[in-house]
Design a binder for this molecule. Sequence first.
Ligand code: ATP
Length: 368
Amino acid sequence: MATLELDSITKTFQDGDEEIVAVDDVSLSIDDGEFLVVVGPSGCGKSTTLRMVAGLETITAGTLSIDDRVVNHVKSQNRDIAMVFQSYALYPHMSVRQNMSFGLEESTDLPDDEINRMVGETGEMLGISPLLDRKPSDLSGGQQQRVALGRAIVRDPEVFLMDEPLSNLDAKLRAEMRTELQRLQNDLGVTTVYVTHDQTEAMTMGDRIAILDGGELQQVATPLECYHEPSNRFVASFLGEPSMNFFDVTLEGDRLVGDVFEYPIDEGIRSDLGDATDLVLGIRPEAVQLVDAAGDHEFETTVDVVEPMGDENTVYLHFDPDVEPENASTLVATIDGFNRVSEDDTVIARIPPDAIHLFDRSTGEALH
Ligand code: ATP
């Protein structure tokens, strides 16, 4: 088992005259046995980060350590890591058994019957024992993914690195494998770095998640901390579906003044804002409530669209009935599926003061 330390890691690529900063000064400590999910939009530097840890990409600047040993210049095969790719990367001409045993045969002096025993045990663990003599082309996508996992597990590495390993599976299988991978990682206790762009995987699988944007680390914390206490507007908008509502507001005395509403705040919130006056107010759709009476934090709105989801309805509200919906300021609310509202209804939406987020409008930094 191992700890993993990224200290001010940077990676630049040269594209003709242009320098691309793929990973920008990222520092991260991953604990022994931890499951860390690295998440972010396409091109944010997730794969490059993982590939540097794997030794498949050189590190431009910074220090990478595994168990306090600096490994910047240690070859990939000597880092005691095992990687699982989105593409599975199985050898097509080899059987499942050979795919799983190949790495051990290459890197250890273990006798054949010991390797066979280990492959057999790992096959059992993953429920692929009946497939050991088949070729990858005779397997379904889900079975190939298990073999790819098996190949990583059988090597008993210090660290697992996984790059979108579930993204070629259909939704149902993906959900099953999500749970199974978590269980396996838990049982094996191997330090794991798992890259994905899928926020459901990030929210459900990781002990902590590291959120990247534009090569820069935005936040690293438990999934719930990132969700409820986002460090900036990017993190707030990246996590959650439907996304958090945002409104530009200006602080005037003890009120936040927006285009369509004024929102009084108490001294507790006010004191978090420092000198900032140009702000963005954020509220998650599930925090918005439909209530009976208007007040300081309640606003009359008109229902524009209702999307029934069964147990929940997503309701698109707009503030000003005289403005065409496409030009109006929209508030998205997720409400109970039994709460029947219809298009064009007038409803009162409450934005609870204890659920609002406030961001500095120019830096995006979370202030409250
Ligand atoms: P995705 O989710 O789409 O796989 P990602 O977050 O994994 O994206 P990376 O593949 O790490 O992103 O790429 C980060 C940035 O570095 C991108 O702008 C990409 O175009 C650039 N990049 C990656 N590899 C190279 C390369 N070999 N040469 C030049 N630029 C590269």
